[in-house]
Ligand binder design. Sequence first.
Ligand SMILES: *[C@@H]1O[C@H](CO)[C@@H](O)[C@H](O)[C@H]1NC(C)=O
Ligand SMILES: *[C@@H]1O[C@H](CO)[C@@H](O)[C@H](O)[C@H]1NC(C)=O
Ligand SMILES: *[C@@H]1O[C@H](CO)[C@@H](O)[C@H](O)[C@H]1NC(C)=O
Ligand SMILES: *[C@@H]1O[C@H](CO)[C@@H](O)[C@H](O)[C@H]1NC(C)=O
Ligand SMILES: *[C@@H]1O[C@H](CO)[C@@H](O)[C@H](O)[C@H]1NC(C)=O
Ligand SMILES: *[C@@H]1O[C@H](CO)[C@@H](O)[C@H](O)[C@H]1NC(C)=O
Ligand SMILES: CC(=O)N[C@H]1CO[C@H](CO)[C@@H](O)[C@@H]1O
Length: 320
Amino acid sequence: MHIHSAVDMIYPLILSGILLHITGVECYTGWSNPTLTVKTGGSVTIPCHYDEKYTQQKKYWFSGTDKSNTYTNTTEKNLSVMDHPDQILFTVTMRNLQNKHTGNYYCVVETGEQPPIKTIYEPYLKIQSAPNVSVVSSSVSGHEGGDISVQCFYSSGYKNEVKQWCRYKDQSCYTVGRTNTSQNSSVQISDDGRGSFTVLMTGLRLTDSGWYYCSAGEALNPVQLTVNEAEPGTVSDKVNETGILNDNNETEDTVATQNNELLTVWLPALAALLLLLILISVFTWRWRRRHSQFQLHYISILCSDILTFILRAQILYIYI
Ligand SMILES: *[C@@H]1O[C@H](CO)[C@@H](O)[C@H](O)[C@H]1NC(C)=O
Ligand SMILES: *[C@@H]1O[C@H](CO)[C@@H](O)[C@H](O)[C@H]1NC(C)=O
Ligand SMILES: *[C@@H]1O[C@H](CO)[C@@H](O)[C@H](O)[C@H]1NC(C)=O
Ligand SMILES: *[C@@H]1O[C@H](CO)[C@@H](O)[C@H](O)[C@H]1NC(C)=O
Ligand SMILES: *[C@@H]1O[C@H](CO)[C@@H](O)[C@H](O)[C@H]1NC(C)=O
Ligand SMILES: *[C@@H]1O[C@H](CO)[C@@H](O)[C@H](O)[C@H]1NC(C)=O
Ligand SMILES: CC(=O)N[C@H]1CO[C@H](CO)[C@@H](O)[C@@H]1O
């Protein structure tokens, strides 16, 4: 199935060897590959972001453990590698992971230039009894203008490690306990100190869609975020209520609002006016007939009439 030359196999290894060597020299203290810890028998999906100029080029997933490569748009039982040129990335899904799958992996692009291949991502996969960093669901979705929250669990050994929520695309991160103007208030991240931290993203925008990861120390877990377009009449209206209406097109919603206004405000007001007129005419009629005798008595009746009217009008208003 995986027919390839020895050069193909060896290239990513040489490249990563050089890379490791260089980084080993440049930053001696604690640089390591991103580590994805996966539960035995579990599965994982990994995004490999490539440069836009490689959209048309061939890409593959190289396994350091069995020295095989799998080109994009391959679907096997336990492995699928799918290109998503619209998102400028390909995804690798591995299922039924076992201990023997522990090792280094490489996302590789055949550049069509010099050097002929380029390793764009090289995660280390560790299959173990329980993951060190995990999420309940590696795929979350929200609506434009809405919120999402993601809870990331970490094992006890990571209690004092740096915890982050990062975006793959530009490697921008939000860090627990760092409230700093360079961090955005639309993302809040808080650690309970007892094994999980929660990321809250508010005021979602369509451009927030994409791949993120939770990390504690070197261990990380990918999460895909999908932001759907706001449904008309719900979230977008909320957004526009706070802002300036930049569209004087009278939509069905505004018409409906006006109908509602007619029912709740103008109808009771009209009824109130009518009732008041009736009351006044009744009062004047009574006044003229028995002006002298029961003046005080009628004034009190009138008062109670007005009171019941007000109560009724209120009930009517609430009912509508
Ligand atoms: C792989 O699939 C994607 C989307 O289905 C498509 O755009 C792309 O051209 C395919 N790539 C290859 C090499 O077939
Ligand atoms: C998929 O993984 C399971 C469990 O490791 C294994 O038994 C099976 O042979 C694998 N299937 C393929 C097609 O590799
Ligand atoms: C990572 O998880 C493994 C397996 O559960 C555990 O043995 C190890 O101690 C964990 N590492 C840390 C730093 O917590
Ligand atoms: C904000 O955080 C960045 C790194 O995240 C750091 O370089 C910078 O010094 C911080 N600024 C302040 C004012 O704390
Ligand atoms: C914060 O996010 C908003 C919307 O996502 C963006 O417009 C703004 O530039 C960001 N600010 C910083 C400092 O990143
Ligand atoms: C007004 O809005 C409706 C539906 O929202 C749309 O079909 C119509 O094209 C709009 N008209 C203008 C002039 O924008
Ligand atoms: C009717 C209206 O003003 N719609 C606007 C609501 O806000 C979104 C973005 O905030 C605009 O794209 C709509 O045109």
